[in-house]
Design a protein around this ligand. Structure first.
Ligand SMILES: C[S@@+](CC[C@H](N)C(=O)[O-])C[C@H]1O[C@@H](n2cnc3c(N)ncnc32)[C@H](O)[C@@H]1O
Length: 228
């Protein structure tokens, strides 16, 4: 089970990230609509990992993408792949300071559910808020607490041992198939996300959890917020 990204697990993550998962595809389609037109936008992709979300933003016609990541193994894979219109930075890179209030949209894709503490979530959003021009759109694709437990042919998401229903509690997520991938995520409710975003200077406009072909909410949520 993956708890941190090593060279080996980063490679497996990248293989899994390339596979089409219906639940993820539907929430990404919602995220894409939430952004609207990206053609003139400098888009911050915070927690870009191996670059899946940055490449997606490029496909969605973002003018330029800044992929920011703290894990060097993940970043190395992102940098090794074709990345037209994308620049990658480690979170500690001093050059990021030059982008203060320069980004005109921001994205976190499958990042927030990896964060175990409220303080960690606030810190991420304070950083995003600092880099975003006021009035800009921020979209997050993250976990949907009310869909738990969830089981499909593609993914399984369950409460992990020690789960009590409090913010930050462990959740066990599994991507099924050829490149099976199991990892611990963290439980956050819509109210938690709303409180954290507001405390970092965002106004939440929408939270949407799409439904699957059986009419059940998928375990992913798309959030649209505006930097005040
Ligand atoms: C599940 S991966 C998602 C990667 C990518 N966004 C995607 O859609 O495939 C989550 C990434 O968020 C990164 N991350 C988590 N917390 C972070 C933080 N505080 N600062 C920067 N990156 C962070 C992790 O290192 C990891 O690479």
């Amino acid at each position: 089970m993956v708890t941190t990204y090593t060279t080996e697990t980063a490679k497996t993550y990248q293989q899994t990230a390339e596979i089409s998962i219906p639940e993820m595809d539907t929430v990404l389609a919602v995220a894409r609509r939430m952004f609207g037109d990206l053609e003139e936008k400098l888009v911050l992709d915070f927690g870009c990992g191996t670059g899946r979300s940055s490449r997606l933003l490029h496909q969605w016609r973002a003018y330029r993408v800044l992929g920011v990541e703290r894990n060097k193994q993940m970043l190395a894979i992102a940098e090794s792949l074709p990345s037209p219109g994308i620049e990658y930075y480690h979170t500690s890179d001093a050059r990021l300071g030059e982008y203060s209030e320069h980004c005109t949209a921001a994205f976190t894709c499958c990042v927030l559910m990896e964060v175990p503490t409220r303080e960690g979530l606030v810190e991420i959003h304070n950083t995003i808020a600092r880099l975003l021009l006021p009035g800009s759109t921020y979209v997050a694709v993250t976990s949907n607490a009310v869909a738990l437990p969830y089981e499909s042919d593609y993914i399984s998401v369950h409460q992990a041992p020690g789960f009590t229903g409090r913010g930050g509690d462990p959740i066990l997520a599994q991507i099924k198939g050829e490149h099976e991938f199991e990892f611990i995520d963290h439980y956050w409710t819509k109210q938690d996300y709303q409180d954290i975003l507001e405390s970092a200077g965002f106004s939440v406009e929408k939270m949407t959890a799409p439904v699957n072909s059986s009419g059940m909410e998928v375990p992913y949520l798309a959030i649209k917020a505006v930097r005040l």
